[in-house]
Structures are given as C-alpha cells and as structure tokens.
Ligand binder design. Sequence first.
Ligand code: EPU
Length: 338
Amino acid sequence: MELQHHYSLKKLHTFGIDCFAENYCEISTKDELNDVIQSIKTLPRPILFLGGGSNVLFRADFSGTIIKISLFGKQILHENEEEVLIYCAAGENWHSIVEWTVQNGWGGIENLALIPGNCGAAPLQNIGAYGIEICQSLVNVHWFELNTKTEKIITNEECNFGYRDSIFKRDLKDKGIVTGITLRLSKNPTPHYNYADVQSELKEQEIVNPTIKDIFNAVVQIRSRKLPNPNEIGNAGSFFKNPIISAIQFTNLQSQYPEIPHYSQNDGRIKIPAGWLIEKAGWKGFRQGDAGVSSKQALVLVNYNNTTGEEIYQLSQNILDDIFNKFNIHLEREVNIV
Ligand code: EPU
C-alpha cells in the first residue's frame, strides 16, 4: 500500500470543491483492505473511509488519511421463481446496480434510481426516495470491523434503520467499513407509485399499469428535472433532513400556513419538507459568490464553480438559524461534514 500526498479531492466528491487530502490511498481488493488495516495504526490521523463522495462536505483540506473504498463485483447469491438475492460490493455505483436489476425484471429498488453514490454508503443513511427506502430490500451488510480486523454480517434488523438513519451513523460510527450489501428482490414485483410526483409523471405518459421499468423511467425523469445533476453543478443531494415535529407544533404552524405540505408519521408526529421551509424563508435560488441554494429544489446546496467548503457550511448555518427564527424548527444537516 502506497500513500499519496496532497491528493486532490475535487473529483472524489460530488460537491466538487477544490480541496486536498494530506495522505491518500485506494483499496481495490480484499487483500489491499487487509494490508491497510494491518498498518492502520501507522497512518496519519484522522482516517476517513470514502465511498462515492456523494454525501460529504469537506470544510477544509483533510489533514489525516483518506482511504477510498473501490471494491467491485456483483453476483447472484440465490434465486428461485419468486425472488433473487444479490450481493453488491461497496464500490459498485448504486444507480448502475438499480439499472441492472430493472433490466433483469427484479423489483424492489427501482424507485431509488439515479441516487448518486456507491452501494457501500447506501445503508448508512438508509437511502430513500419516492416512497421506498433501501431497508425494505436489504438483507444484510458485510461489515469489516476495525477492532477485530474481521468481516461480519450485520442483519437488516441489527441495522436499526430509521429515516435517513442506521446503526452505522450511531453505535458503529467509525468502527468499521461496509464491504458489500445483500439485497432481496422480487421476480413478481408490485410497483410502488403512491408518491404524487411519480403518479403525475405516469399520468403524463398515459401509463395506467406501470411496470418497474416505467417507475424507473419516471423517477429518472423527475430527478433529472427537479434535482441539479452533480456532474454539471456540484452538490450532495438533500443537504438537510426533513424535520419531524410534534402534532401541537404542526397545528400552530398550519394555522399560519394552511398550505404547508406534511406527512403524518406512525408515532403521531408530522414530517415537514425542509425544502418547503427553506423556500418559504426566501432562500431558494439564493447565491453568494459560488455557493448557493438550488433554484430547482431548495433542500440542495450547490457549488456553482469554485466555492469553498467553509462557504457552503456558513450558508447552511445561516439557513439553519433563519429557519429556527422564522418557524422555531431545528433543521439537521444530512450531509456528513468533515
Ligand atoms: N418543496 C418546496 N420547495 C422546494 C422543494 C420542495 O416547496 O424547493 C415542497 C414540494 O412542493 C413538495 C415537498 O416539498 O410538496 C416535497 O418535495 P420533494 O418531493 O422534492 O421531496 P423532499 O421531501 O424535498 C425527499 C428526499 C429526497 C428524495 C425526495 C423524493 C430527504 C431529505 N430528501 O425530498 O432525497 O429524492 O424526497 O422522495 O428526505 C437526497 O436524499 O439526497 C434526496 C434528494
């Protein structure tokens, strides 16, 4: 394993900020992973394992060691007439996997098309979109534990999944690496299209009984229209989580803003789209220098060209403060700040 120094991170994360890692290496095989782990104590700290870089903001240059996980491979583990179990190594691009499954007629993750990033990061934040979350198809996570230097299987139940949440963001944070995931997909899939945007897209295309391919295409259309493409303009998708507030707080808010979109949760609380709050507060399309709030979706902060991580961070702080002052709601960042 050879460390590279002053390594540019610009192309390694979707915000595309011009910043550097003091030390850098890439792992492409399990042997390389073992080598790195054996000598991990000698590496300059802090250590950051990086996947597709689609959910990270570097506030400044990274002074420790960045280890990029590029483990590739996908395979069918088991199949019968009803279902198929597939294994995807951590470095596989998520959208390519979704495409592959849809082409094969295996249903379950088609609503999660075009989510940037790699398979390894998908369970960490329980990626979700258009009414589906990965936890609904995930069987287990292959987890390389740093302490014991061994690979373990973490079952779906053990992942403690929640909205944009899992054990990997909590008890297991910084304790290991996802090396791969197992998914269970259906060969007789039931397409999910309760989400209003998907329904109206299908209606526009005059599709009445959609297949999973139709759902996949609809989601690709919606996302291409509503979310800035990170290949064209740097961003990390939703920068904030949608806040979940009490029923009492919601009633107060609704009396002021009768049109406020909202989703009731099983526990009686109410989820509010942060994008709506941010737009209502006047931030949509805001730009200061090269840092801005997307004019397509207010939940997404963007790097127009050459902003710094610190400028994006400050912008996010100004938005957090403003939303708190205006609505008495604490927004939480969804993106990992490094
Ligand atoms: N809205 C606004 N203004 C905006 C954006 C949204 O008023 O600028 C309102 C819309 O009118 C709509 C509501 O907010 O009524 C919901 O908007 P949207 O369908 O775009 O979804 P979202 O709640 O803003 C979440 C996820 C997205 C995911 C979409 C679709 C989070 C933090 N974000 O956004 O995930 O694609 O639902 O399911 O939960 C991501 O994680 O990177 C991501 C893009």
